[in-house]
Design a protein around this ligand. Structure first.
Ligand code: SAH
Ligand code: SF4
Length: 397
């Protein structure tokens, strides 16, 4: 990759082709959309709010997938719902478990394309790394996802569906009569939007899915346990705080525009100074809600002592933590991981200026589940447009 790398790649955008069952999937609808759908299907307006609440709890609190099991609804109503609606998740095609316990799910979405979801267990928490797009239109030169040529935005159903299918796999829905499973730390306690795709290029679907995940009558994750990572889509940054309210991480990765242009080409559109201005204005910023600056350690590219000093100077005044990510290699990657003593020296400089500088331990490397290694269906990128057309049912363009 050179400084002339484009901001976005020449991708084939796959339209969303949803299954033609005639029945509408209730997963992924906001409360307001669910209410509207129930009314359109004949639920009296006077009952709509109550029915919305009941169905919501069955789906998101109890993990129920059949209307038949919704025992606080009249039998005839349950049958009517089953005629018009479904409760559907994307399909898990395969599950790999790493030696360190990390689980990687290959998830098939409507149209036959695939994304990856990664579950990372730790002592005090369990983090699910979810994808927001098939592939990514951006071309960060160190990221495997950025080389995938097919791109489609996920729907809200497909985004929140990743959380639900992980809970299925972890057995984390309450059993009938056993309570809500609130005792002890949750297996799935945190969400990071750090899988495939740029979440701020799919803002509405990401927002709706996160609202569902935060709803106290459902999955009920605190907004402070959700972190959205962006490469720096400046115009959407303030909206992230206002409309989602989650924590923010930024793929910073360089301390000069010259280098950042080559690593994170969106920098040519919104440069370091513009990005930092947007971050300084990020609403809700405080010592307890700091911005995470992600910094991938690339040997000889961005890992010098001078880089470490420039980094802390740049972000001065912003409540921040710096997350150093040892580069995760992938086949054909044009970079190498910085040596450990270099990473430690860099972390030390950052730490001495008063910033937390944890080094992210690579997890699930043996199953290519680590940051930036995700690229589902590598072979799909090589498929012809004609093959894709057959699979997705769309005209070859
Ligand atoms: N598109 C978003 C979120 C997904 S990437 C973004 O770019 O922020 C999640 C994090 O992994 C980002 O900080 C990304 O820069 C980093 N990353 C990408 N490829 C990597 C690799 N090969 N090794 C280590 N980190 C990588
Ligand atoms: Fe896309 Fe993020 Fe990868 Fe860049 S690092 S190509 S924005 S997924």
């Amino acid at each position: 990759m050179t400084a002339t790398a484009p901001v976005t790649q020449d991708v084939l955008t796959i339209p969303r082709k949803l299954p033609q069952t005639g029945r509408q999937n209730l997963v992924g609808l906001t409360r307001a959309q669910l209410r509207d759908a129930l009314i359109a299907a004949g639920t009296p307006e006077t009952q709509a709010r109550m029915r919305t609440g009941q169905i919501w709890q069955w789906i998101y609190q109890k993990g129920v997938r059949e209307f038949e099991a919704m025992t606080n609804l009249a039998k005839t109503y349950r049958a009517e719902l089953a005629e018009k609606f479904t409760i559907e998740l994307p399909e898990v095609v395969s599950r790999q478990v790493s030696a360190d316990g990390t689980r990687k799910y290959l998830v098939r979405i409507a149209g036959g394309h695939e994304v990856e979801t990664v579950y990372i267990p730790e002592a005090e928490r369990g983090t699910l790394c979810i994808s927001s797009q098939v592939g990514c239109t951006l071309t960060c030169s160190f990221c495997h996802t950025g080389t995938q040529k097919l791109v489609r935005n996920l729907t809200a159903a497909e985004i929140v569906g990743q959380i639900m299918l992980a809970r299925d796999d972890l057995g984390e829905w309450p059993e009938p009569g056993v309570g809500t499973g609130e005792a002890g730390p949750r297996l799935l306690s945190n969400i990071v939007l750090m899988g495939m795709g740029e979440p701020l290029y799919n803002f509405e679907a990401v927002r709706d899915a996160m609202k569902i995940a935060m709803d106290p009558e459902g999955i009920s994750l605190s907004r402070r346990r959700i972190t959205l990572s962006t490469s720096g889509v400046v115009p959407e940054i303030a909206r992230t705080a206002e409309e989602i309210g989650c924590l923010l991480a930024v793929s910073f990765h360089a301390t000069t525009d010259e280098i950042r242009d080559t690593l994170v080409p969106i920098n040519k559109k919104w440069d370091i100074a513009t990005l930092l201005d947007a971050l300084r204005d990020y609403p809700r910023l405080s010592n307890s809600e700091r911005i995470t600056f992600e910094y991938v350690m690339l040997k000889g590219v961005n890992d010098s002592d001078a880089d470490a000093r420039r980094l802390v100077n740049l972000i001065r005044g912003i409540p921040a933590k710096i997350n150093l990510i040892p580069f995760n290699e992938w086949p054909g990657a044009p970079y190498e991981r910085s040596d450990w003593d270099r990473i430690e020296a860099f972390a030390d400089i950052v730490y001495k200026t008063g910033y937390a500088s944890p080094v992210r331990t690579p997890r699930g490397e043996d199953i290519m589940a680590a940051c930036g290694q995700l690229k589902s269906a590598t072979e799909r990128a090589r498929k012809s447009k004609a093959q894709i057309a057959v699979e997705t049912g769309i005209e070859a363009g």
